[in-house]
Design a protein around this ligand. Structure first.
Ligand code: PMT
Length: 405
């Protein structure tokens, strides 16, 4: 991720079961080229040992404020000056309260007061603790002071309950941190993107769909927003949080996605078709559930509109980027789609194998535009999204500044 390369990131770890995910966060940050140092609270060390963080960060881990060996006893000032960004993950209710009230009773809270680097917190706690008026008020105070609060997610919790309070996943946190350093390469541009699958009804209770999770498209939407674009995300049925600052339009069928896109395409500067749109729908959907009386059942399918093709053939088409999901002959099929649909760029990925493509965290891409190509990955979709946004911005600006056609 270009934005995080050589950036100095200080990771604070406070007490919480989610601390088990933080070594992976550190590892992911180092993978994208960030320098990472870790500071732990006393409570955090009850959950994960400093040695673990030392191993993954490659740096000594700091745990105490009054450490005579650390930079002549002024370690908190050194660390506060060193950091270009501070992320506390997990941030417990207690840590948020201490930050909100300006306490400086350990190394982590003290250096948060002593730094002028952006401070991001990733809360993780029981859902009732998160919903408690005291926590809400503390978060309100922190947000007013410019602290970036990322998450929490909703879902099953370690305490056996379910609700809001899960720490964001490491890859999502890497992307949020990357956003702090992203160059505003899409500033002033309106970007429209589709993501996720579509669902085509078979009868009132059944549908045809595919394995798209929306992760690739949501990651691009988030990276484009971080790069300054005004982003509208047309999403099929997925189970993902809307990226901060992104305008989301939920749809179910290809026809709905087509309508949502076509009503916005001519006022967009860039269109990215990342959704896995069903090519066919059931020609005639019965009003009642189909009974299993016959041994064989045939469904008559009819073509769905080609959203990407329709946008690319608009008289004033935006800079149009398609995806190609192929199970074989990746480059040849992608090349064919680029030419046939008259696209500005195509992003091809091999699908149908584990670990990349549909419903995976990682992907492997081959990007082709009329005058060149580039391979990206294998890497996390969040990481690839930033690289794609940089590439799309480069091509967009070249094309519209007359450098290319
Ligand atoms: O969502 P994830 O789990 O993260 O997985 C990501 C992904 C694999 C879905 C994504 O990277 C991807 O490849 N998206 C495109 C999937 C697809 O439908 O590919 P296709 O080769 O069938 O379609 C080619 C292009 O036409 C795509 O840009 C597609 O959005 C578009 N299309 C297709 C059919 C249609 N009726 N309208 C369209 O706009």
């Amino acid at each position: 991720m270009a934005g995080l390369e050589h950036r100095r990131v200080l990771i604070g770890v406070s007490a919480g079961i989610a601390a088990y995910k933080t070594p992976d966060l550190v590892r992911r940050l180092r993978e994208v080229g960030a320098e990472v140092r870790v500071v732990m609270t006393a409570g955090a060390m009850e959950f994960v040992k400093p040695l673990t963080f030392q191993a993954v960060s490659g740096q000594p881990v700091r745990t105490t404020l009054l450490d005579p060996d650390a930079e002549a006893g002024m370690g908190h000032i050194e660390l506060a000056r060193w950091a270009e960004a501070v992320l506390i993950a997990p941030a417990s209710a207690d840590l948020l309260a201490r930050l909100a009230h300006g306490l400086a009773d350990d190394l982590l809270t003290t250096l948060c007061l002593a730094t002028d680097a952006p401070l991001m917190v990733a809360p993780a706690m029981n859902r009732l603790m998160w919903a408690h008026p005291a926590t809400r008020a503390n978060c309100g105070l922190l947000a007013e002071r410019g602290v970036l609060i990322v998450g929490p997610d909703e879902g099953d919790q370690a305490c056996g309950e379910s609700g809001a309070g899960r720490m964001l996943e490491p890859l999502a946190l890497v992307q949020r941190l990357g956003g702090l350093f992203a160059e505003p390469v899409l500033s002033g541009l309106r970007l429209l993107i589709t993501a996720g699958p579509t669902r085509e009804a078979v009868d009132p209770v059944r549908y045809i769909s595919n394995r798209s999770s929306g992760k690739m498209g949501f990651a691009i939407a988030s990276a484009a927003r971080a790069a300054g674009a005004d982003v509208t995300l047309v999403a099929g049925p997925v189970n993902l949080e809307t990226p901060t600052g992104v305008d989301r339009v939920d749809v179910e069928t290809a026809a709905e996605m087509h309508a949502a896109v076509m009503s916005r395409a001519d006022t967009s500067d860039i269109f990215i078709a990342c959704a896995a749109v069903a090519d066919y729908r059931v020609a005639s959907v019965p009003d009642q559930k189909i009974k299993k009386s016959a041994e064989r059942l045939s469904l008559e399918l009819e073509r769905n509109p080609d959203i990407l093709g329709d946008v690319a053939s608009l008289t004033r088409a935006p800079f149009t980027v398609g995806f190609a999901a192929e199970t074989e002959n990746l480059e040849a099929h992608a090349e064919d789609k680029l030419q046939r649909k008259g696209l500005d760029m195509i992003i091809a990925n091999l699908v149908g194998r584990p670990g990349t493509g549909f419903d995976a965290d990682d992907n492997l891409l081959w990007v082709r535009w009329p005058t060149g190509s580039r391979s990206l990955g294998p890497a996390a979709k969040t990481v690839l999204a930033s690289a794609l946004v940089a590439l799309i911005a480069e091509r967009y600006h070249e094309r519209f500044s007359g450098g290319d056609s």
